[in-house]
Design a protein around this ligand. Structure first.
Ligand SMILES: Nc1ncnc2c1ncn2[C@@H]1O[C@H](COP(=O)(O)OP(=O)(O)O)[C@@H](O)[C@H]1O
Ligand SMILES: [Mg+2]
Length: 262
């Protein structure tokens, strides 16, 4: 489904190489975790795959093949067909990615307005259905709410609903639970897992939090300073990390100590 080949990304204004020759691939329906400390290049990678990098501000090298189409070199019109339809994105802070002045229901429908010929009534019916699917309470009522009238967890569910409503092949989740408290975080992870298992949407799950990735992902790629330093099945990487940086990350997982679990 996705193949990233020797991808490098350089910001033209300061000449900094944010991503340095990374390669990885994802099979349909796979859950891949991209982990690494802040500044390691995870978000820039995610934006590149979603076709959201400003082509005038960055230089890219390599290829990102999504279902055979090169995201980096295809026409903007082709990108528009993919973005928000075959590739959905969920960001860390739904308060900033949802429009505060717009009711949440129409925001969930947004990609249908762009990508489908459904009528307003059909779009709303689908929105209510997907809201139910992500466990938003009383969809008819929530549909009319503004983002500030919802909890953080509900807003993140709404974001997931918005990303999922067009049945994407790939859902890129960039720190989707980082701003949430631990209980809500667990609920959102369960939701993503359920969506993945019921629909074969692939998950590219980005987090600086290894314990979260360990719970959710089948395979992980570890990023450090713009490079992928280690990749493999999640269990293997976490139980027997090879790269020195991964070893440090794994040693720092708090839940491996006793304190937090108790
Ligand atoms: N718009 C930008 N302009 C210049 N440099 C950027 C920009 N966005 C990110 N960077 C740089 O790219 C690197 C990777 O950033 P990012 O992908 O956001 O890291 P992560 O998501 O892993 O925390 C960082 O060094 C960051 O400073
Ligand atoms: Mg980031």
């Amino acid at each position: 489904m996705l193949e990233v080949k020797d991808l490098s990304i350089t910001f033209l204004d300061d000449g900094a190489k944010a991503v340095d020759s990374i390669s990885f691939s994802m099979a349909p329906g796979e859950r891949l975790g991209l982990v690494g400390e802040s500044g390691s290049g995870k978000t820039v990678t995610a934006l590149a795959i979603a076709g959201l990098l400003d082509r005038g501000r960055v230089r890219t090298e390599g290829q990102i093949l999504f279902q055979g189409l090169d995201i980096l070199s295809c026409k903007e019109s082709e990108l528009l067909k993919i973005r928000g339809k075959d590739v959905g994105m969920v960001f860390q802070e739904p308060m900033t990615s949802l429009d505060p002045l717009m009711r949440v229901g129409p925001q969930i429908e947004e990609s249908l307005r762009v990508h489908s010929k459904l009528t307003a009534r059909q779009r709303k019916a689908l929105a209510l259905q997907v809201m139910q699917h992500v466990d938003l309470p009383d969809p008819e009522t929530t549909y009319r709410k503004y983002p500030h009238q919802m909890s953080g967890g509900q807003r993140q569910r709404a974001m997931i609903a918005a990303a999922f409503i067009s049945r994407p092949k790939l859902l890129i989740c960039d720190e989707p639970t980082t701003a949430l408290d631990v209980t809500v975080q667990a609920q959102i992870l369960n939701l993503l897992l359920r969506i993945n298992e019921q629909s074969d949407v692939g998950l590219l799950f980005i987090s600086h939090d290894l314990s979260v990735v360990r719970r959710l992902c089948q395979r992980v790629a570890v990023m450090y300073k713009g490079r992928i330093v280690e990749t493999g099945p999640a269990e293997q990487v976490f139980s027997d990390p090879q790269h020195e940086y991964t070893q440090r990350l794994v040693a720092a997982i708090p839940s491996r100590g006793k304190g937090r679990r108790q």
